[in-house]
Ligand binder design. Structure first.
Ligand code: AHM
Ligand code: MG
Length: 330
């Protein structure tokens, strides 16, 4: 009987093709997958176990911390702190870097993650997910914030896991983008989407259009120009889920600059960079509107960035719209 290709088997096979590979990534991704399954288990029973709702605290971004944000954050830390694979971690939910405690061995990488992306959707049973990314640490015994303030093009691995009726783990290590769907009967992620490529042109656009009065008129003009072109509007409000749908079907997602938020809402280190690495590996593009996301050097851990990401032709058209002088716009 063919049980399919497990994540572990796929990683081992990939590793064989890489001269000098040590298997560290295989171990790291396996641990991330286990943490994701634990988080997914909690998400699935959250309605019954009363684990939904707010903690009463706000995070560094001034957003209400959900109980599941907290749970997922510490599940991921505890799944990975003892592995000897990491020197430090940084999470969207924590103000400071979390160095691996000295009673655990430290390893050559740092991990960044957004434990629950789309957390405002938790209470309404809408898909949420975890985003992660891995960089090399300059000096594993002395991890620094600077190990995390790296251009996205220096990422070694990036991925996400979506908790939905059919959980999926998607990752890249720079040789294609691969997706693994959880088979709940055996508790394993099985290869379901090998070498994903995004369609060149979008059939979908995703943006919170209620915010359009606060956009640059050229952004408004661009979005208005998408209407009546045969594209559909789809917006979940969970970046990871909007991104995944657009990756499969061809789409453009926008969270642009706003008058009072010139850097938009989304976080460069935790959200934009990992997804930008994945989209480029899948043949797509990610931009601030002016600059390739992967070329932006972060100055602080939690900084925000305008994000336009998806099918390459559409991202290029958005950039062209922003290059036009304002007076030519409607
Ligand atoms: P989160 O990581 O705290 O959940 O916040 C990020 C989320 C994204 O998942 C989503 O794209 C965006 O916020 C939605 O924002 P808005 O409600 O302003 O449209
Ligand atoms: Mg998020």
């Amino acid at each position: 009987m063919d049980i399919g290709t497990t994540l572990t088997r796929f990683l081992i096979e990939q590793q064989r093709h890489l001269p000098g590979a040590t298997g560290t990534f295989t171990a790291l991704l396996e641990e991330i997958a286990i943490a994701a399954k634990i988080v997914g288990r909690e998400v699935n029973k959250a309605g019954l176990a009363k684990t939904m709702g707010l903690t009463g605290r706000t995070n560094i971004h001034g957003e209400a911390v959900q109980a599941l944000d907290d749970f997922a954050n510490w599940t991921i830390i505890r799944a990975l702190d003892h592995t000897g694979l990491l020197a430090a971690m940084a999470s969207e939910e924590m103000e400071e870097v979390f160095p691996i405690p000295e009673h655990h061995p430290r390893g050559p990488y740092v991990l960044v993650f957004d434990p629950v992306d789309g957390s405002s959707n938790i209470d309404v049973n809408v898909s949420i997910g975890t985003i992660f990314s891995i960089y090399r640490c300059a000096d594993p015994e002395h991890p620094q914030v600077s190990d995390f303030l790296r251009r996205g093009r220096e990422q070694l691995c990036a991925g996400y896991v979506i908790d939905s009726y059919s959980p999926i783990l998607v990752y890249t290590t720079g040789s294609g983008v691969h997706g693994f769907t959880l088979d709940p009967t055996i508790g394993e992620f099985l290869l379901s989407h090998e070498d994903l490529q995004i369609p060149t042109q979008a059939t979908i656009y995703s943006v919170n259009e209620a915010r359009s009065p606060t956009w640059d008129p050229r952004v408004r003009g661009y979005v208005d120009g998408l209407k009546g072109t045969g594209r559909s509007a789809r917006y979940i409000g969970s970046l990871v889920a909007d991104f995944h749908r657009n990756l499969l079907k061809g789409g453009i997602f926008l969270y642009p600059a706003e008058v009072r938020a010139p850097n938009g809402k989304l976080r460069l280190v935790y959200e934009a960079n990992p997804l930008a690495f994945i989209i480029e590996q899948a043949g797509g593009s990610a931009s601030t509107g002016h600059t390739r996301i992967l070329d932006v050097r972060p100055e602080s851990l939690h900084e925000r960035v305008p994000l336009v990401i998806g099918s390459p032709q559409d991202v290029a058209e958005f950039e062209a719209a922003l290059r036009a002088p304002q007076e030519q716009q409607v």
